[in-house]
Design a protein around this ligand. Sequence first.
Ligand code: SF4
Length: 423
Amino acid sequence: MTAALDHRDLYRLPWTLPDNAIAWLEATMKCNLACEGCYRANVNQHKSLEQVGKDLDVFARYRNTDGISIAGGDPLTHPQIVDIVRMVAERGWKPILNTNGLALTEDLLRELKRAGLFGLTFHIDSKQHRPRWKNKTEQEHNALRLTYAEMVARVGGLTCSFNATIYQDTLDSVPDMVAWAQEHIDIVHVMVFICYREPAETSRFDYYVGGNKVDMAPLTYANTGQRIDISAHDVVAKIRERNPEFAPAAYLNGTEKPDSFKWLLSVRLGTRNRIYGYLGRKMVELAQVWNHLRTGRYLAYAPAAVSRHGKSLLLLWPFDRGLRRAFFRALLSPSLLFRRLYLQSIMIISPVEVLEDGRQNMCDGCPDMTVWDGQLAWSCRLEECIHFGQFTRTVPKGQVLSREASPELVALRNAQSATGRSA
Ligand code: SF4
């Protein structure tokens, strides 16, 4: 079952290539796990601080951004990770560590916080082959998630997010993960679900670089037999089986399909026991525009303390339909007078999909742009650059790649040159 969602009812996040909420720094290619859905080869190679500095220069040159996701590989395998966090913070960005958490200790976390760390996104799911967690269900992994959430809460002042790759056989576990996040809404700020994809669909497409067909076999985990078409609609439908009111408010569309949801954001207001409502599109728009007016940057990660101020937000109820519903429910709940109301985001991400005709539907305004050869590049497809020096083109099998433009494109170019615009 899929959920009926219309992008015209939601707010299109204002993130673009040069002005975005985040950028993606790959500090290392080394990892201490081997997740089934990882899109990067595990190579024992770290970037030097000088290389990291050059990547940051590229972000500073091309991208206005609020936060930098420090990823890899696993960034905690980098022996100078504290220095890297400090470098990012000193340049005025919020450093967010994207880690599996395996190498994290409370002492290290305190040191990272002193260096300026803003928050962490823990990648935890049941297909990571973690020592002592093999063959455990997604629900059983909630105990591991809680260990990290409590550690972050003890250190204090940091945002705490979790992401999980969603496979065909873990899709049914999503409502339990959403319920777990609600149980810990006071210390878990964001929950992210990433629909599983593969770097190559060689049964349907041939891959080309500069007119030459290339072999995608060396890229990681291609052709696993897993379902690769789970969409945000599927995940929303699954969540709504248990939470019928679940309401996304904002999205990023695909570069080829304006009505596809590549990033789909919901923000709920609640306590451990009850969800009072979801922010509507107007509130998300207000938050983005207000932050940009105030700081010159769009927002992805609000400070941890902000999540505790759900009640203050209710005062804006006249402006937003979603907030209105939460406001009136809160009014009818006297017990809320003595309790906090928390904010928690749920994001659903659908990475690259290849359309029937070979077009690649990427995230329009991709937040996870990293650096390749001095330029911004999609982090999810970096292996293509590493293997072939550039991104590949996809051509349906049996169709010969033509260097000539299609008649439609020639007609479009002619029309545009007649009006003085370039194609
Ligand atoms: S285009 Fe790729 S790297 Fe960018 S946000 Fe989408 S999935 Fe992530």
